[in-house]
Design a protein around this ligand. Structure first.
Ligand SMILES: C[S@@+](CC[C@H](N)C(=O)[O-])C[C@H]1O[C@@H](n2cnc3c(N)ncnc32)[C@H](O)[C@@H]1O
Length: 296
């Protein structure tokens, strides 16, 4: 397992990035305001609702993931990457690993998941076993902007809802590009800047959002800026799509489902609070988009 020191050099940019990373890691903790469920807690919920975690179905995914694109939006991203069971896929900003577990179940391919948070990596590794895909997923703790997987070359890569945190996106994209085979596809689902600003601004402006994450952990950009960075890093953009309305409708539906469940359940209550806070920030402080690009 390769790891990297969080402060790679003494430059102001590196110090800024390291401070951001510290806050990001604090944002995604099992005991944090954002709900990261451990393997044992997930297992208990699957048992309670009689769900088989080895199945690639939305009811299972909804328990293990707060991803805003939901299972449908993530499956659509995977479909665009033309994957087969022989593919080796890179996921940067892997988080607790729910999208990669879904991909492993749907396609049967191997995935290397990279995340800067040791907590997320440890959790992903544990949960993969519950879902019966431990043999298909591997995890590495690294900062995206210092990505270094040696000589490994991937058939495709994806970033689901993570680039919005990255300080140095251009370096991260260049490093991803260097680990892709020629003509390999990269798919991105991301949180974009809203009409009035980023979620850093929502921290002040939207009371329901405050407290869901640490302050100042957002580095959202626009769809156009994402495309420009991709081109600069050596990718050809094939498709760039606004997805805000779709995500907004999906999260409202998800909130309604949770509101109809018994509210004495802690994960249900936290889920309701989470979706209410995020929906209150939609459009003004966060929009959504998808980009598919090819390594040139
Ligand atoms: C919203 S979660 C998304 C996780 C996962 N992709 C998913 O869809 O479930 C964002 C993840 O990005 C990770 N992250 C943020 N900045 C990062 C960086 N610079 N390098 C690697 N991972 C990063 C965080 O630790 C967190 O686990």
């Amino acid at each position: 397992m390769r790891t990297e020191a969080v402060r790679p050099d003494g430059s102001p940019a590196a110090a800024r990035d390291a401070d951001l990373i510290d806050r990001v890691i604090q944002s995604y903790r099992p005991d944090g305001p954002f709900m990261v469920l451990r393997a044992k807690e997930l297992q208990a919920i699957y048992t309670q609702y009689r769900l088989d975690p080895r199945m690639p179905v939305p009811a299972v995914f909804a328990v293990e993931s707060l991803a805003h694109f939901l299972q449908d939006g993530i499956t659509a991203l995977f479909r665009a990457l033309n994957l087969t069971s022989d593919s080796l896929v890179l996921s940067v900003g892997e988080g607790n690993g729910a999208p990669s577990r879904l991909l492993a179940k749907l396609v049967g391919c191997r995935i290397v998941g990279v995340d800067v948070s040791p907590l997320q990596i440890a959790n992903a590794r544990e949960v993969a076993r519950v879902h019966g895909v431990g043999h298909l997923v591997e995890y590495v703790q690294q900062n995206a902007s210092a990505l270094d997987l040696g000589a490994q070359r991937f058939d495709a890569a994806y970033f689901n809802e993570t680039m919005c945190h990255w300080e140095d996106k251009l370096t991260a994209l260049r490093r991803t590009r260097a680990h892709l085979k020629p003509k390999a596809l990269l798919g991105i689902n991301d949180w974009l800047r809203g009409r009035r600003g980023t979620l850093n601004d929502a921290y002040e402006a939207v009371p329901a959002f405050r407290g869901l994450y640490q302050p100042d952990v957002w580095r959202q950009i626009s769809l156009g800026e994402t495309c420009r960075l991709l081109e600069e890093a050596g990718f050809q953009v094939l498709r760039a799509e606004e997805r805000t309305d779709l995500v907004d409708r999906g999260l409202k539906r998800r909130l309604g489902e949770l509101q109809r469940l018994p509210q004495n359940d802690e994960p249900v209550r936290r889920g309701v609070r989470y979706y209410e806070g995020m929906l209150a920030a939609h459009y003004d402080y966060v929009c959504y988009g998808r980009v598919i690009a090819r390594a040139a």
